[in-house]
Design a protein around this ligand. Structure first.
Ligand code: ADP
Ligand code: ZN
Ligand code: ZN
Length: 748
């Protein structure tokens, strides 16, 4: 018998595969995981090739320790997808493929237990009635358990234990009462919804004509078919996804669908809509994949997708690389959202990879948005994506809100009263909503209490000792906090420079607005939702359900409240502090601002109440606000694209960014200059424009100085060829702590 060798991808910056001898008893195939020695450690790698020959001398070849037999191999298509991503984003294959697998799979010591049979509890008909009635009012742990059982149909023992240490004892007591049933199931089957033929088919809304033709177009698509579903807020894009999926999944009994959402907080809303819709379609199990899941849960969900048991995978950007052997359609909701771009490690765009994946497999892919990215809009202009339009709100009574601008200069000139940055008209409108029992939403994109703490006497401003940035005042936490490195300190009683005790917060963040609203609109129940108020797992969902339940009159928050939520009783949206983004040096700032304002405006007037949006501004004549007032995405997109074309900006050129981090700014800049010089030796770089190396806006973070070099080309191929040739040269350069390359950067 001839010897067997494997070529293995490891999570390592060197873009090569590593050869090993494989003489284990288990059979090995490409796409399987192996545990191998690497230096002094043992690591998990992915087999890319199995051969009978290796160029590595026999005495230097080491042997595979184990082959993971618990997990069937990933497909050749999946390997090709990660190879493409690695090549396009200038990374090693293993650096892309291995982090795309659940963490639990990358620990060989857990392989034997990982996908073992599981115990699963489900509520019986008797329990469904009896359980809620017998729960003591204050037993919050019990309630949590009961809620988890009711919501998810069943509960896996391991997950129950994670909820509460005594959960199993409780579940066993309920078992004795006959309130729950217990069964042992294979890991891959764990998530399949138990077939329940008595589940009544949901009543479906009658599609609008526009929705119907969108669904039809997606259903009838042949081969690779990218769609840009441009639908105003509240136009029922979700219904289009649901119907298209239902048709495709019903037509092919083993087909899988991948649905991407930009933010974890949107998954519960989607999950329940999808579960409700597909409960009647037997065996249609739905799993979620996002970073908020516990490790075991994520591994099981991934496994259910990988083995084809999960028919629908709902996830955030990382799910774009899930293993889905029977993938038949991909949906990217809110495709314009910057959250689809990973900002560290492999800096990929999940939206762009979704397109590539659909192309590779010859599938329909639906990009949905009320404000598509200009990249996607331009693709549609050129006929590469098919545009599907939903121009009206789906609910007959729901019309788009009216947008009014409150001219802050004018308010001041006329001497009209304002309270802490909240103008008179906005306060009056908030009060009116409160009287009518309607909800309002106040949006500003700055968390904390105040962005600065300053001394009037000497001009001191509290700054971060580790970064070139001011620190943000957080009042409830009684702390100064750096939003760049996490540095924290107590709020000083007096100015550390001159001793003046009159130091004052400057500017406004969500905490301060929350405080102001409580006194300016007496009697209103004000709730704040931002990254600070939702730090604990599950808290965002709890806060949002308070809003939906009508327990909140005014919701104040950052972009977290702007996205996707279908609030039924919000009739007023107030926008504060939007002007700062109008004059940013980042050419994408206005596109982002417009999308955010359209999104947040779209929260108003969804349930049939007439909606109103009030934007406080110093620049009421700005074109962006005018487009917003007319809900004119198309006009905004066309004029912005024309500007971009004139200025030779994306999507008319392709860009890449080299970032360097050094102990000094000089070191970082010197590295980038050498890097720029190295480009002159690369033939493909003749078609590439190289800009000057510049410091980042926040130049120092955690004592590290940062600078960047932008290169661009009208030819994507020339840029890619340049990057490929540039990498080895960059590896030869010294003098910085770190550097990284980003392809198609969003923040410049
Ligand atoms: P979008 O994602 O486009 O902002 P949603 O999918 O949230 O819009 O839909 C807005 C609302 O319209 C939801 O409450 C949804 O249930 C409802 N809806 C969608 N389609 C229809 C329809 N054809 N008839 C009636 N209501 C619909
Ligand atoms: Zn001072
Ligand atoms: Zn800092």
């Amino acid at each position: 018998m001839s010897e067997v060798f494997v070529r293995v991808a490891l999570d390592h910056p060197l873009p090569t595969l590593f050869d090993y001898r494989c003489d284990t008893a288990e059979r090995v195939a490409p796409g399987m995981l192996v545990s191998v020695p690497f230096g002094k450690r043992h690591v998990v790698g992915l087999v890319c090739e199995v051969t009978t020959h290796s160029d590595v001398p026999a005495e230097r070849l080491r042997a595979v320790n184990h082959v993971c037999t618990a997990c069937p191999p990933v497909s050749a298509e999946w390997l090709a997808l990660t190879a493409f991503a690695a090549d396009y984003y200038q990374r090693g294959l293993g650096e892309v493929a291995l982090p795309a697998l659940p963490q639990a799979l990358r620990d060989a010591s857990r392989w034997s237990r990982l996908f073992a049979p599981e115990e699963r509890y489900s509520l019986t008909a008797q329990g469904r009635v009896a359980l809620p009635e017998t729960l003591p009012a204050r037993a919050s742990a019990l309630r949590k358990l009961a809620r988890a059982l009711t919501e998810a149909e069943f509960l896996i023992a391991a997950d129950a234990r994670a909820l509460h240490p005594k959960a199993i004892a409780t579940l066993d007591a309920w078992l004795a009462e006959g309130w729950v049933a217990l069964e042992v199931v294979e890991a891959a089957e764990v998530l399949a919804t138990p077939a329940s033929p008595d589940t009544p088919a949901p009543t479906l809304p009658t599609l609008t004509d526009e929705q119907a033709s969108a669904v039809e177009a997606i259903r009838d698509a042949n081969g690779f078919a990218p769609f840009l579903l441009h639908g105003v807020t509240g136009s029922g894009k979700t219904e289009v996804y649901l119907r298209a999926l239902a048709e495709i999944l019903a037509a092919k009994p083993d087909a899988q669908a991948l649905v991407l959402v930009p933010e974890i907080n949107l998954t519960p809303q989607f999950e329940s809509a999808f579960r409700a819709r597909f409960a009647a379609l037997e065996g249609t199990s739905i799993v979620t994949l996002h970073s908020g899941l516990a490790e075991g849960e994520r591994a099981r969900n991934w496994f259910a997708a990988h083995t084809g048991r999960a028919r629908i995978v709902l996830g955030t950007r990382l799910a774009v690389l899930a293993s889905l052997p029977k993938l038949a359609i991909i949906v990217v909701d809110e495709e314009h959202d910057p959250a689809y771009k990973q900002q560290e490690g492999l800096r990929y765009s999940a939206r762009d990879l979704a397109i590539y994946r659909a192309k590779q497999l010859g599938l329909p892919v639906v990009l949905g948005s009320a404000t598509p990215s200009l990249e996607s809009w331009w693709q549609a202009d050129q006929g590469r994506y098919k545009r599907l339009t939903l121009s009206r709100r789906a609910v007959a009574e729901a019309v788009l809100p009216t947008v009014k601008l409150i001219d802050l200069e004018e308010e001041r000139r006329r001497g009209r009263a304002s309270v802490e940055g909240l103008s008179g008209p906005l306060i009056a409108a908030l009060k009116a909503r409160l009287e009518r029992g309607e909800q309002s939403l106040v949006f500003l994109n700055r968390r904390g209490y105040a962005p600065q703490l300053a001394c009037d006497a000497c001009g001191w401003v509290a700054g971060c000792p580790r970064c070139s940035a001011y620190v943000v005042l957080h009042k409830p936490e009684r702390a100064l906090r750096c939003h760049h490195c996490g540095w924290e300190a107590r709020i000083p009683r007096s100015c550390p420079e001159c001793g003046n005790v009159d130091i004052a917060p400057m500017g406004r963040g969500t905490q301060r607005v929350e405080e102001t609203l409580a006194s300016a609109v007496p009697g209103a129940r004000v709730l704040r939702i931002d990254a600070d108020s939702t730090r604990r797992k599950g808290s965002a969902q709890a806060l949002f359900s308070d809003v939906h339940a009508g327990e909140v009159d005014i919701l104040v928050g950052t972009q977290m409240i702007a996205k996707g939520h279908d609030f039924q009783r919000v009739s007023l949206v107030g926008v504060l502090n939007a002007d700062t983004a109008l004059f940013s040096h980042d050419f994408r700032a206005s596109e982002r601002l417009f999308a955010q304002l359209m999104q947040v405006s779209g929260r108003a007037g969804r349930g049939g109440l007439p909606g109103e949006v009030l934007v406080q501004t110093r620049y009421p004549r700005h074109a962006l606000y005018h487009a917003l007032g007319r809900h004119d995405y198309v006009g905004f997109a066309n004029s912005t694209l024309a500007e971009r074309r004139d200025a030779h900006l994306p999507p008319f050129v392709y860009q890449a960014l080299l970032r360097a981090e050094g102990r000094t700014l000089e070191a970082a800049l010197a590295f980038l200059q050498q890097a720029a010089a190295a480009l002159t030796e690369i033939p493909a770089a003749e078609r590439v424009t190289v800009y000057d190396a510049v410091p980042l806006t926040i130049v120092k973070v955690m004592h590290v100085h940062r600078a960047q070099l932008l290169i661009e080309s009208a030819s994507r191929a020339a840029l890619q060829a340049t990057l490929r040739a540039w990498q080895p040269k960059l590896r030869g350069l010294k003098g910085v702590l770190r550097w990284n390359l980003e392809v198609d950067p969003l923040d410049i």
